[in-house]
Ligand binder design. Structure first.
Ligand SMILES: Nc1ncnc2c1ncn2[C@@H]1O[C@H](COP(=O)(O)OP(=O)(O)OP(=O)(O)O)[C@@H](O)[C@H]1O
Ligand SMILES: [Mg+2]
Length: 375
């Protein structure tokens, strides 16, 4: 009889963090399943999750510039991880030296960092996610841009191209406003590039949303225990790709006053709603929290491939989510919905109780002033 073993998920087997935030030189080995990092406030729990996030995204989830990731008083950092998959082992090394970032996979440096995005999927659930619901449209756009970039390299390529020409156009607006001379031909050239990228960007967004919304509905109902509320995602296009070149040309006088480009996919709006009412304005705190968790679970499911699950990073969820939502996440953890998971919590007693109640035996780590030791 042929026995088919359950395919293994992607695993982060080793992690080496050097001069990254409050870590001096830390080497760790991980196994399958759930890892819990416990320690006092400010000890470095989130920083360690951020190092793992960095390996997937080639950037920090929190620090806007790489300089902020360098340990105080130092000049460089290194984050290195060894990933294991049924298809093989790969080492990813992200280094920042003399103001320059380099990312290597198996000792081969990427010429474009974009090539790396999506290869080692990571999903982070953290307190700041609340902004997805309560914040501006930009945070929601960034969420979908990031998800689509991980799923489709072409999307990221077009997005980068779009933002390159958007920057050129904005610079030309500034220059034209200063000099009083408008080079319509140069504008027209930029507009052709912007319109071509826009068609691709909008196409991907429109194709993702129906599938993604379906998943969101399922997860919301699971998280809330079936309240009958209907979550939905609205997508308002600021201006469609075909015809955009002409609209941009016509918008020159307005944009010369605004000194920026006022139409295009960087202005598209994503809205979240519950049974037809906008969540940002009318949702209760509990509804908003459930929506965010459901959104993240839908993200996880969308990035998942057969036998290859994203690494899940859960930052401070026990503190920020109420018992009901934590219980639901634990149910999923118990049912092997997730692959490798890293969880932080400041309270070892609370974390211990939650895992005991769920019947899960995690691997425990103690974090103290940038040092991690198995507990
Ligand atoms: N570049 C840096 N160099 C040195 N230390 C840094 C750097 N960046 C952040 N830190 C330190 O890291 C610590 C915060 O770490 P982190 O956010 O991981 O804590 P935490 O354990 O998650 O705490 P909490 O329980 O409050 O969330 C702070 O003490 C901060 O000063
Ligand atoms: Mg933290």
């Amino acid at each position: 009889m042929l026995v088919c073993a359950e395919p293994h998920n992607m695993l982060l087997r080793h992690l080496h963090v050097y001069n990254f935030k409050n870590y001096e030189d830390q080497y760790l080995e991980f196994a399958e399943g759930c890892h819990v990092l416990m320690g006092m406030n400010g000890s470095g729990k989130t920083n360690l999750l951020d190092a793992i996030y960095y390996l997937g995204f080639t950037k920090s989830a929190f620090a806007p510039s790489d300089g902020q990731n360098v340990r105080e008083g130092q000049h460089q950092f290194l984050v290195k991880g060894k990933f294991e998959r049924p298809t093989g082992v790969a080492e990813v090394a992200c280094a920042f030296q003399k103001g320059k970032k380099s990312v290597r996979e198996n000792d081969v440096e990427y010429t474009r960092l974009a090539e790396h995005i999506g290869k080692y999927p990571v999903v982070l659930i953290c307190p700041r996610d609340g902004e997805l619901v309560t914040g501006s449209s930009e945070s929601r756009r960034r969420f979908f841009d990031s998800l689509l970039s991980q799923l489709f390299p072409d999307y990221l390529t077009e997005l980068i191209r779009y933002h390159y020409y958007l920057k050129q156009r904005n610079a030309l607006l500034q220059l034209s406003a200063q000099s009083g001379r408008v080079d319509y031909d140069l504008f027209a050239q930029y507009h052709q590039h912007l319109a071509a990228s826009t068609s691709v960007i909008i196409g991907y967004r429109q194709r993702l949303l129906p599938v993604f919304t379906q998943r969101l509905v399922q997860h919301y109902s699971f998280v809330c225990g079936g309240t009958g509320e209907q979550p939905d995602i609205g997508y308002e296009i600021s201006s469609p790709g075909p015809g955009l070149a002409e609209l941009l040309q016509r918008a020159i006088p307005t944009d010369l006053v605004a000194l920026r480009t006022t139409i295009g996919p960087h202005r598209d709006r994503f809205t979240f709603s519950l049974s037809g009412r906008e969540l940002r304005k009318f949702g209760s705190q509990g509804q908003q929290k459930s929506f965010v968790v459901a959104l993240k679970l839908a993200e996880f499911q969308t990035l998942e491939r057969p036998g290859d699950k994203p690494i899940l990073l859960l930052d401070d969820i026990f503190d920020k989510l109420d018992d009901q939502r934590v219980k639901k996440l634990m149910e999923l953890m118990k049912s092997d919905t997730f692959g490798q998971v890293f969880i932080t919590d400041a309270s070892p007693i609370r974390a211990g109780r939650i895992f005991e109640q769920a019947g899960i035996l995690p691997r425990l780590y103690r974090v103290e002033q940038g040092r991690v030791t198995p507990a």
